[in-house]
Design a protein around this ligand. Sequence first.
Ligand code: SF4
Ligand code: SF4
Length: 427
Amino acid sequence: MDLTNRLTDELITHFIGKETQKRIEDHPCYSKNAAQYARIHLPVAPACNIQCNYCNRKYDCSNESRPGVVSHVLQPLDALARFHAIKQRMPNLTVVGIAGPGDALANPKMTMQTLSLIRQSDPNVKLCISTNGLELAHYAEELAELGVDHLTITINTLDPQIAAKIYPWIFFNHRRYKGEAAGRILIEQQLKGLEAAQRAGMLVKINTVLIPGVNTQGIEALSQALKQKGAFLHNIMPLISQPEHGTYFGLNHTPEPTAQQIEDARSASVLHMPQMTHCQQCRADAVGQLASPCSSQEKDDVYRVAVASKGSEIIDCHFGHATQMNIYDITPNQVSFIESRPVQQYCTGKEDCDTPLPIDALKDCQQVLSVRIGLGPWQELESHGVMPNTDFAYLTEQQALSALAQSLHKTEKVTPLTTSNHEVVNQ
Ligand code: SF4
Ligand code: SF4
């Protein structure tokens, strides 16, 4: 175990009381020992009130999500339905978060309505939000009254000059501010928000995007100051800066930090605050466990299956029409729902449609189940090592996966049918 991890575990064990330990023991982001629990992000918050130079607003909020992905925004009632559908399949779901695709508190109505609906329907699930902090002081008490227990603020610096290099503008109190004035207001509001959230009883995690040449120098002082204001956990995340994401930093070739730079920042910061070292920079609509439930030794025996889904329990979706894949890991003894992955719909029904197959979203899967699939996509998937399977059409996902698990039991290895021995149903 490296120094940062060891110090973090020791800090958490020695400096927080039993009551706080209890609050984090089933939250997979706040506790590395809670990897068996799952979280869902509900993408109900499209707008944002600031601009970060590592974010392209065509995509999800990069403060909590991986840049370059787009979530489909849900209305609060649809978000509630999604929560129920996932909870049925995933009894280990303990956390509901709102992390975009914009900023949760730049969309207060949608955020509060969603949190309230979830709380009314499930008094036990943990509620979380993440925010840039600009409006947090204003909403902290209301969030606490709705039962939000865990909250993330992205704070990258406490120096307005550095902030001016990260945020070209903010929109606050009906006015747009730029440069250092924007940075000063944002920092003031973030600190007020942190104190208000802490006073209201929330456990506050700080996300900091490490940007080489911009904010790498002041990380230890940042951690120390935020700890004094009541922050609980620090998540130092690497800048993702790829030109194809179209962000200011990406287009200007700002380098991403090296693993050593991240480790140096964390080991300086851990002297003041426990570190989160297992963040996956999820999507604003992420679902599932942060890591596979299996140990690395078990991983070899796990068979990963994708199910093309329209959102029902039944396998009734044509592969080309799927906008979502439900991912399961199966072993002879267990079927585990891992996550729902949004995919770009492959078949739009147009003659000249040239949408590529969603290979990237399926490359870790051995099989993909659907009701039907065309010969072309079948062969292409097969050539990438992903075997299509239409044998379970119109059965429930559970029936299909249990049958696959049983066949694993008998044969130790499922050998799916290939185009050479199976009739393919054309699109
Ligand atoms: Fe993008 Fe989030 Fe920054 Fe808003 S707060 S600009 S959505 S990264
Ligand atoms: Fe947890 Fe990081 Fe994912 Fe947020 S982005 S849910 S903190 S792992």
